[in-house]
Design a protein around this ligand. Structure first.
Ligand SMILES: Cc1cc2nc3c(=O)[nH]c(=O)nc-3n(C[C@H](O)[C@H](O)[C@H](O)COP(=O)(O)OP(=O)(O)OC[C@H]3O[C@@H](n4cnc5c(N)ncnc54)[C@H](O)[C@@H]3O)c2cc1C
Length: 534
């Protein structure tokens, strides 16, 4: 019988941090189980490889939601990393923490250990900020945060246009004030992706007390007398059981963590009964409270030819890009594609930004999978609602762990979200209509110039809006009827089991979710170590 002190399920953003922190002292035997392979593939490390990763079926779970009645019966594509590093190995590498008020709100909801003042030290101690240390930034952490080494020139035009539309400039979205437009900082080191695996796991793979098992699909958590005892997983067709002395830590992400809880008999008893799963603990909130940033794009033809497009370029151009990368680790191959953007208020009366912008120097549609659109020279402005009101669910298709979870995003179901998405389209159009972008803009491709009334804009949004890949909330922390974990992230009603990943956020933060997930794991690792060191 193999036994470890800690078993971590899922080697993503949170799992890699836990593995590092819990194995650091050498006192504990730690096992990390990851469904995907190791992270050797070139597309993970070369930042522009993100274009390949969206389509890659081995490294990306490629979930699709149910047909969403609030979005014209469309099924929405949900990429997630299935590889060491998890979604941090396939994401756009933007380093964003959200707003102070997001965490103070978590505290107001009854999670007093998660106020901004309590989480800031963990943002700082996981960060290596290349610009240096200050009140908001750390230099001793593992996650390398850098200025982008690629600045596609048209990004400057976007920033000037947004400024001309009345929005302030900001060169640090994670400093004292998030509001404004500018270039994002990125989780890269020397022009290569700095995923959670690259930052926290790979440098420590030789620790004798750390076992990492890839291609291991967890089937369920073994629970006896309401206590987690171990984990059952499948690898290369064989079923394995491993056991735990201290705790099982579930870090499989906002879609898979609730799925694994339900497969283990923890969840809403009606849902479990539908799939003939024995109820170990009836916990209504598992898989409820799903939230994501709903995002809409305004796309226009553009005269500048130094944007990304499938157009013939001279062989000299390709040689120049390759040389720049391989000699200096700079240039287009280091691009995250979404280099510039910002956080703005859709109306001056608001106290803090309610919209986020990601500017793309390309005509984009369908998550960049629509190659036809890329035949044009163009630009796209993503705008997402930072604190959406709509709530979705994660349930099961079946009790077979190999089946994808059943995802119902329910985006744009709430009337306030509908009003805000209309405002988002109008704001994006206003920015694109300013100098110096306007002089080079051609015809609008999406929504298209004919779409002007609020009703038509909403129909367009229902037909085209997507997620911007930040699902959270499906195992939320708290003490109310829908809470799955307490503020120490321990599963209500079960001993020796915590959920530690993006699913525990009670509400979506106002920004991208990788750094916040890393912060959550680092903070809870400290709690765990304090408990067992005592
Ligand atoms: C395309 C894309 C772009 C994004 N861009 C950004 C960005 O620019 N900036 C930003 O801050 N955030 C971004 N995000 C979001 C961010 O990456 C995620 O919020 C964050 O990585 C979530 O971390 P996690 O630990 O909760 O889950 P994940 O990192 O997804 O980790 C979960 C891990 O669990 C594994 N797993 C799942 N089920 C099982 C099972 N049954 N058995 C074993 N292992 C299992 C998965 O394979 C995965 O490795 C993006 C996400 C995507 C997909």
């Amino acid at each position: 019988m193999t036994a470890y002190d800690f078993i971590i399920i899922g080697g993503g953003s949170a799992g890699c941090v836990l593995a590092e922190r819990l194995s650091a002292s050498g006192k504990y035997q730690v096992c990390l189980l990851e469904a995907g392979p190791s992270d050797k593939h070139w597309s993970i490390h070369l930042p522009l490889g993100i274009i390949e990763l969206m389509k890659n079926k081995t490294l990306n779970w490629q979930f699709n939601s149910e047909q969403e009645c609030s979005q014209n019966d469309r099924s929405i594509f949900n990429p997630r990393g299935k590889v060491l590093g998890g979604s941090s190995s396939i994401n756009a590498m933007l380093y964003v923490r959200g707003q102070k008020q997001d965490y103070d709100h978590w505290a107001e909801l009854g999670n007093d250990q998660w106020s901004f003042d309590k989480v800031l030290p963990y943002f700082k101690n996981t960060e290596h900020q290349e610009r240096g240390e200050d009140d908001f930034h750390g230099v001793n952490g593992e996650l390398n945060v850098a200025d982008s080494r690629s600045k596609i020139a048209i990004g400057d035009d976007f920033i000037s246009a947004a400024h001309n539309a009345g929005y302030p400039l900001n060169d640090d979205f994670n400093g004292i004030n998030q509001e404004g437009v500018g270039y994002y900082q990125v989780t890269q080191k020397n022009g290569k992706r700095c995923s959670a695996a690259e930052a926290f796991l790979t440098p420590n793979l030789n620790r004798p007390n750390l076992t990492v098992i890839t291609d291991a699909l967890v089937q369920k958590i073994i629970i006896e007398n309401k206590q987690a005892k171990g984990v059952c997983f499948k690898r290369k067709g064989k079923t394995h059981h491993i056991f735990v002395n201290n705790e099982v830590l579930l870090s499989a992400g906002a879609f898979n963590s609730p799925q694994i809880l339900m497969l283990s008999g923890i969840g809403d008893k009606t849902e479990l009964a539908k799939h003939n799963i024995e109820v170990i603990h009836d916990l209504t909130g598992v898989g409820k409270n799903l939230q994501d940033h709903v995002d809409v794009m305004v796309v226009t033809h553009h005269k500048r030819t130094d944007v990304l497009a499938y157009r013939p370029k001279s062989s000299l151009w390709f040689i120049k890009q390759a040389l720049q990368y391989f000699t200096k680790k700079r240039g287009l191959l280091t691009s995250t594609v979404a280099e510039a953007g910002g956080f703005i208020k859709s109306s001056a009366e608001l106290k803090r930004p309610d919209l986020q912008l990601h500017f793309i120097p390309a005509a984009m549609d369908d998550h960049g999978r629509n190659n036809k659109m890329l035949l044009n020279y163009g630009v796209s402005l993503h705008t997402c609602i930072l604190r959406p009101k709509s709530r979705g669910t994660v349930t099961l298709h079946s009790n077979n762990p190999s089946c994808h979870p059943k995802i119902h995003l329910n985006m744009l179901a709430d009337e306030e979200d509908q009003k805000n998405i209309i405002r988002a389209v109008k704001v994006a159009r206003t920015i694109l209509a300013q100098s110096p972008l306007k002089e080079n803009n051609g015809q609008e491709i999406l929504p298209g110039e004919k779409i002007q009334t609020d009703e038509d804009i909403l129909t367009f949004a229902k037909n085209k809006a997507n997620t911007i890949y930040h699902p959270v909330g499906t195992c939320k922390m708290g003490n109310d009827g829908l809470a799955v974990v307490d503020q120490s992230l321990k599963v209500h009603g079960i001993e020796n089991l915590r959920v530690v990943d993006a699913s525990v956020m009670p509400t979506l933060i106002s920004g991208n979710t990788n750094a916040p997930t890393i912060m959550i794991a680092a903070k809870i690792a400290d709690d765990i170590l304090a408990k067992y060191h005592a």
